[in-house]
Design a protein around this ligand. Structure first.
Ligand code: ZN
Length: 140
């Protein structure tokens, strides 16, 4: 989530200045990976702060205390990279102005591969089934 917010700050910035194109360098795989790493490191820092604040007697505090820091860092970085790369992939299906493979290639050949309504329905369905799957995993 943090990677997605960081990447879309670019759009917010250029929209606020009314300077198209709105999807520039952060909306490339290079930018998405970089913002994914930044988001992973930021969230690792947040987890470390939460780790200090949470009482060890709480279930989350106990789980965090048992998890090695190196593993938390690895998980944070992987989560950030998944967020950053998936953001570029999904946005490149919708925004013609993007150059997702910059600096290797200009243009966006993925736009229009799937209609925007179909993409939104597919993402909502994936989110719904992901929620169900997560709830089932929590029960076990
Ligand atoms: Zn975006």
């Amino acid at each position: 989530m943090a990677a997605n917010v960081l990447i879309d700050l670019e759009v917010l910035y250029y929209l606020s200045r009314n300077e198209p194109p709105y999807h520039r360098y952060l909306h490339t795989y290079v930018g998405g990976i970089a913002m994914g790493v930044v988001a992973g490191l930021l969230m690792f820092g947040v987890v470390q702060m939460v780790r200090r604040v949470l009482p060890a007697s709480s279930s989350w505090g106990e789980r965090l205390a048992k998890t090695p820091r190196r593993r938390l860092l690895w998980q944070s970085l992987v989560a950030g990279l998944i967020g950053g790369v998936s953001h570029i992939l999904l946005d490149s299906l919708m925004h013609e102005e993007m150059n997702p493979f910059w600096p290797l290639a200009e243009g966006n050949t993925l736009v229009g591969l799937i209609s925007v309504p179909a993409l939104h329905i597919a993402l909502a369905a994936i989110g719904f089934f992901g929620l169900i799957f997560w709830l089932l995993l929590r029960e076990s």
